[in-house]
Design a protein around this ligand. Structure first.
Ligand code: DAH
Length: 337
């Protein structure tokens, strides 16, 4: 037995001495000290020894174990320095190759939150509607007749008629009014879809926020006041708005609304094509035909409605010149917001 122990010692020392890498050393350590290692096996076989021999050999074995353990430790240190694998050489307080970053809101989500916040402050509540709609909600109830060009298959994504992907969030006006009684002050943010060729200013999917108010004796001046307040909160105290007469089937009268150019303050620059104004939304007084469609008495109720494109507002606010950037998921872009 004692001879065996001496042999183990001799060979282990020789192998440790000859080891050329941390890996090799680790393999040697397992071979001797591992669960099925020579040394471990030796300790197990000691139980077969006669009682009187055990203490002497046991003490020797323990001494050898301590010696080998120490040797492994000091030898691995010499590799650790070279290979950088030594535990104690790893500075655990050092930042990783790429530090963990917290995610944050997408710029479009941020703008929608800001719009919501402004209108909630004015007493509006938020409503949502489905993205898969019917021709009735997207067109008919909004007084858009069958022959209107926007109902053409080139301007709307039809699934299987009458199902379609909504092309505007004005649909939510109908859905809310069908289910609720006036007075109402509602904004409806969400995605809309149009089969436009994708370029710097067009995307087949984008976001709109629709807003409307229904009560007795709502006037155009209420619309003007609300939107100019919105413009000031969104774009800054100096922001002005102007209304240009326009046509929308669901409002009468209707207007396109411009905000004074947020880049040049109205003096004229490349962003506003030297006009001093930027179009940001459509608006008007809710057409009595829309009230009739939802069963409201047009003699009794009045209201205004407006709809804005979120990407357009985000592009103006952040100075972004290509709508595609919002949807490419490029972190180099998104991390800037
Ligand atoms: N739905 C219109 C669009 O997608 C935007 C709009 C214009 C909404 C005028 C309105 C409105 O509520 O009154 O182009």
């Amino acid at each position: 037995m004692e001879k065996r122990l001496n042999k183990i010692e001799e060979e282990a020392l020789r192998e440790i001495e000859a080891a050329k890498s941390g890996e090799e050393l680790e393999a040697i350590r397992t071979r001797y000290m591992g669960r099925k290692g020579y040394f471990t096996e030796f300790l197990k076989s000691m139980k077969d020894l006669p009682q009187d021999q055990r203490p002497v050999l046991g003490a020797k074995a323990n001494a050898l174990k301590a010696k080998l353990t120490k040797l492994f430790e000091s030898k691995i240190k010499t590799f650790g320095k070279k290979e950088g694998i030594l535990e104690s050489s790893v500075d655990i307080t050092m930042p990783g190759a790429e530090d963990m970053r917290l995610g944050h809101k997408h710029p479009i989500t941020k703008i929608i939150s800001r719009i919501n916040e402004i209108f909630i402050g004015l007493g509006f509540k938020i409503a949502e509607g489905p993205e898969i709609e019917t021709e009735y909600y997207n067109f008919e109830a909004l007084n858009i007749p069958l022959e209107h060009p926007s109902r053409d298959v080139f301007d709307t994504f039809y699934i299987k008629r009458p199902m379609l992907l909504r092309s505007q969030t004005s649909t939510v006006q109908i859905r809310v009014m069908e289910n609720e009684k006036p007075p109402l002050q509602v904004i409806a943010p969400g995605k809309v879809y149009r089969p436009d060729a994708v370029d710097a200013s067009h995307s087949f999917m984008f976001h709109q926020v629709e807003g409307f108010m229904v009560d007795k004796e709502i006037k155009f001046s209420d619309l003007k006041g609300t939107l100019s307040l919105f413009a000031r909160q969104m774009f800054g105290e100096d922001a002005k708005i102007r209304f240009r007469p326009h046509f929308f089937p669901f409002t009468e009268p209707s207007a396109e609304v411009d905000v004074s150019c947020i880049m040049c303050g109205g003096k004229g620059c490349r962003v506003c094509s030297y006009k001093g104004w930027l179009e940001i939304l459509g608006a008007g007084m809710i057409n009595p035909k829309v009230f009739e469609a939802v069963g409201y008495n047009p003699e009794k109720w009045t209201g205004y409605a407006f709809g804005m494109g979120v990407e357009r507002i985000a592009m103006l606010k952040y100075g972004i010149n290509d709508i595609r950037l919002f949807f490419e998921n490029d972190l180099r872009f998104l991390r800037q917001f």
